[in-house]
Design a protein around this ligand. Structure first.
Ligand SMILES: O=C(O)C[C@H](O)C(=O)O
Ligand code: SF4
Length: 513
């Protein structure tokens, strides 16, 4: 097994940086459907450009390299203890090389293990099979989409859809609702795996297992195959669209599995995966652990060209959004001039701040003067060179709604004028933006290479005790583009899309099965 560690390292790097062929084709199909020049088309162009950049530079597609979950099938007699050790070594090396973000955090102390190995991470499952070779599949599912997983216990009353009973029609309602409730927060357009039955745990496990199916396979169960087609078609009429901006592409794949249940329980569990659907697999020689073949690499590979965004922007003939260039410190007047739909191009400084920083700033002073400044909800992948200088390896936005309890207060307390994130924020922040003169800017979730490219320098870091993703990084940027989705006049694109998508969801109230 002398090659096993190297094979696992290659599997990790490839999964983090090179999106599978079936996923690429699904994204490409969605792109064909969006009307040129719309916000949705431009966002998808950013996503596809990012996919190309990650592939070319062998760097993470998204900065959140997720919960690493290895599913290994091994012949009888394979040394699972040794394989686990080698997987841990490969994970540590990939982290040190900037292919993975340190993502393993002690739940009680908040301490980041720094190398992705810790209590319960990575997840490794072994199953024995009768074949002679080894198969290892890996999925890297990010935290933002994981937070949008949902479990229903039937019968239930479903928002917008009414009573859902213990039958196929009740299941249909749960699945449609799961897509609605994710909105853009899990970086739509997404993929869902659904598990019907089991207990609470095995139902979720079955849902996650469905994500290992190929996007273009056909369910052998006819009822479930029909339901998959139905959900895929109807979910794409909800108008949630890329990043929840509205548009045609909301769901890219739906895979449903069923297992037996207890008479008293009826669970429907949904595992939501963002467009950055990173899962690959390899078959290995059981003697030396070398790679024999790759899974999910068959069929056409759509390679997205690097100049996607510029080309898509040129197609914007009508209703081109207004572009406003801003550089901190930003005045209240500049902010009050902005409206939902404007594109802001930021030059100069911005400062990262996510969960730990927001919590911290409620009770403490800021490490720097934040008056007129821009906060970026981002936990980047960073690497230090031999001279002690930090470099950004991936830096897309994180889900902003988690900061909802703090954001408004913190903007007022420190005079912050703009926050950048993804997925939008709620009524408390919207009110604060209006009172204080602030703006919420939406960047494209998962586009970690696209934004890393705009970062021209790392001018320092504070609060490193929170770990790399949670520290406050001071970044100098050039041409960082984001869309105003919540302004200082009480407007919120997120609120509007949520309302219209709920109305559209309600069309599917009547029994179908
Ligand atoms: O942790 C992150 O960087 C992002 C996260 O996956 C999210 O979608 O919010
Ligand atoms: S930021 Fe978006 S693309 Fe990245 S892991 Fe989170 S949900 Fe997925």
């Amino acid at each position: 097994m002398k090659e096993f560690k190297e094979s696992m390292y290659n599997l990790i790097v490839e999964t983090s940086t090179n999106l599978p062929h079936d996923v690429r084709r699904a994204i490409d199909r969605a792109k064909q459907k969006e009307n040129a020049g719309t916000r949705a088309a431009l966002s998808l162009a950013t996503i596809t450009q990012n996919i190309g950049m990650a592939d070319d530079h062998v760097l993470p597609i998204c900065q959140d390299t997720g919960m690493l979950t290895f599913e290994a099938k091994v012949p009888v007699g394979a040394d699972q203890i040794e394989m686990k050790k080698q997987i841990h070594r490969a994970v540590k090396q990939a982290t040190a090389d900037g292919k993975l973000r340190p993502n393993s955090v002690d739940s009680l102390t908040g301490e980041n293990s720094g190398d992705n190995v810790g209590d319960g991470t990575p997840i490794i499952h072994f199953t024995q099979w009768e074949k002679d070779d080894i198969e290892v599949r890996l999925i890297m599912k990010g935290g933002g989409c994981e937070n949008k997983n949902i479990q229903y216990s039937l019968p239930a009353e479903i928002e917008g859809l009414g009573r859902a009973g213990r039958d196929l029609d009740g299941i249909r309602k749960c699945i449609l609702h799961s897509v609605y409730q994710a909105q853009g927060q899990g970086c739509s357009a997404g993929f869902i795996g659904v598990g019907i039955g089991g207990d609470r745990i095995s139902s979720y496990a079955l849902a996650k297992e469905q994500l290992f199916r190929k996007v273009d396979d056909v369910n052998p169960n006819e009822d479930l195959a029909n339901l998959e087609d139905y959900v895929l078609e109807k979910a794409n009429t909800l108008g949630i669209g890329t990043m929840g901006f509205g548009g045609e592409a909301t769901l890219l794949g739906c895979k449903i599995g069923a297992g037996n249940r207890l008479p008293a329980s009826f669970f429907v569990s949904v595992a939501y995966n963002c467009w950055a659907f990173r899962r690959l697999g390899v078959t290995l020689d059981a003697e030396d652990g070398s790679i024999q073949s790759w899974l999910y690499k068959d069929g056409d590979k759509v390679t997205f060209a690097e100049e996607e965004v510029a080309a898509a922007a040129e197609e914007t003939i009508e209703e081109a959004p207004r572009e406003v260039v801003l550089e901190a410190p930003i005045t209240e007047e500049q902010i009050r001039d902005l409206k939902v739909g404007d594109v802001v191009v930021i030059n100069g400084m911005m400062h990262t701040g996510r969960d730990a920083i927001h919590h911290h700033l409620m009770e403490h002073d800021a490490p720097i003067d934040l008056n007129g400044q821009v906060i970026y909800h981002c936990g980047p992948v960073m690497l230090k060179d031999g001279d002690g200088n930090w470099h950004v390896k991936a830096a897309g936005p994180t889900t902003s709604i988690r900061e909802e309890p703090y954001q408004g207060d913190i903007m007022k307390k420190f005079g912050i004028r703009a926050v950048i994130g993804k997925g939008g924020m709620g009524p408390k922040t919207l009110k604060a933006l209006e009172e204080h003169g602030g703006v919420y800017l939406n960047a494209i979730g998962g586009a970690a290479q696209y934004y890393a490219d705009c970062i021209k320098g790392v001018e320092g870091v504070d609060l490193m005790e929170f770990g790399i993703p949670e520290a406050m990084w001071h970044l100098r940027v050039e041409g960082f583009r984001a869309i105003v989705t919540m302004d200082a006049h009480g407007n919120s694109l997120h609120r509007d899309v949520e309302k219209t998508s709920l109305e559209r969801l309600s069309q599917y109230k009547e029994r179908v099965y």
